[in-house]
Design a protein around this ligand. Structure first.
Ligand SMILES: [Mg+2]
Length: 371
């Protein structure tokens, strides 16, 4: 053990879940949903509370209570890396790739937040800050939106919040409505004007040749980012699409461990690696995934959960941006005090707030609690 007798010890691990209905029906290329669940973890030591979360089923909360609380409870709050490794080892038979991985991620983030609060440091400075502000891009543009809904959302980002980059979903109905995809790309370009970077995300909806055709048409509208044109599980197809087009290809949001990220980078499958700290293993694994990307000469983009990624992204050199995802922004603003404005297309973690700088709004969260 590395701990000293004076170290604060983790003496409380609590998991809860909140299901928040969407503000309108939402769909991408391969899934539709009407609510989103945040599983929140609170860890305690020396009278401080650390917060972490993941977006996943309420079952993640049970993994935290039944398995992980017993693993990290009683350990020093200072050695987050040791706690992370112990959690990974403990879920061997449950399977890290899935609910257990989401649960580990939320606990790891909570432990980092806790340590930063004990040390009275903002988390991005505890990590070792590289920058004071982190670029973000507006993400939404659901395939379920009407033209009017799309216009309202994009206009808010580009005009009211002055975001220089936005992303819409394409690949409607598993790629079976390519005509509408191209029409919506053209509509989006018209709405945001020529100065705004336009991104699209197909969520794995297309076949490979179809993806190349869509990418070439989208390039005509100045699209510069095509996310998951084909399934991100099919690295060979992803690499083929990437080789055939000029648009940047991005993927990685379902990565659960370093082997996944290394395989994706080594296959030449992406121009930018997406990494999600709420899935891959929290902050601890996020930084290691970023190092894998760096070794392949790639930048990293933080996938969703923007207030969780802001601090991590401020502390890696090869950072591109964060996804300012409509759903998660809405939920994080609803459940937390201390959220950040994305004005001008960047967020600046508060240098005077310890940890992630967030506080749970207990009363506002209560009506949505499901576990
Ligand atoms: Mg995506």
């Amino acid at each position: 053990m590395t701990s000293s007798a004076s170290d604060p010890v983790v003496d409380g691990v609590h998991a809860s879940a909140y299901t928040v209905p969407t503000d309108a029906p939402e769909a991408d290329g391969t899934l539709a949903w009407s609510s989103t669940t945040m599983v929140l973890v609170q860890v305690q030591a020396a009278g401080h509370t650390g917060l972490g979360w993941t977006y996943g089923p309420p079952a993640c909360a049970a993994v935290v209570s039944d398995t992980l609380a017993g693993v990290v409870g009683g350990r020093t709050a200072m050695d987050v890396g040791g706690s992370f490794e112990a959690m990974v080892r403990a879920v061997r038979n449950q399977g890290r790739q899935g609910i257990a991985g989401y649960a580990i991620s939320a606990v790891d983030v909570a432990l980092w937040d806790l340590k930063a609060r004990i040390l009275d440091q903002p988390l991005y400075r505890l990590f070792g800050a590289q920058r004071a502000e982190v670029p973000v891009y507006g993400s939404g543009g659901f395939t379920s939106y009407s033209h009017d809904q799309l216009r309202r959302q994009l206009t808010r980002w580009v005009e009211a919040e002055r975001m220089p980059r936005v992303k819409i979903k394409i690949g409607q109905s598993w790629g079976s409505d390519q005509g509408r995809d191209l029409e919506r790309i053209a509509q989006a370009r018209k709405i945001v004007g020529d100065e705004t970077e336009l991104y699209v995300d197909a969520n794995g909806a297309y076949s490979r040749k179809q993806a190349v055709r869509v990418a070439r048409a989208a390039a005509g509208e100045g699209v510069v980012w095509l996310e998951e044109p084909v399934s991100s599980d099919h690295l060979e197809a992803l690499a083929e699409v990437r080789a055939a087009v000029d648009i940047d290809i991005a993927a990685g949001e379902y990565g659960f461990d370093l082997f996944y990220f290394e395989a994706m980078c080594a296959a030449g499958a992406v121009d930018c690696l997406q990494v999600d700290a709420t899935r891959c293993g929290g902050m601890t694994e996020w930084f290691r995934a970023a190092a894998v990307a760096a070794a392949h000469g790639l930048q990293v983009s933080g996938h969703c959960a923007p207030h969780l990624h802001a601090h991590a992204a401020a502390a890696i050199p090869n950072m591109r941006h964060l996804e300012w995802f409509h759903d998660h922004v809405r939920i994080e603003n609803l459940l937390f005090d201390g959220t950040l404005p994305p004005t001008g297309g960047a967020v600046r973690p508060d240098p005077d707030a310890p940890g992630l700088g967030l506080t749970l709004r207990t009363d506002d969260a209560a009506p949505y609690q499901v576990a």
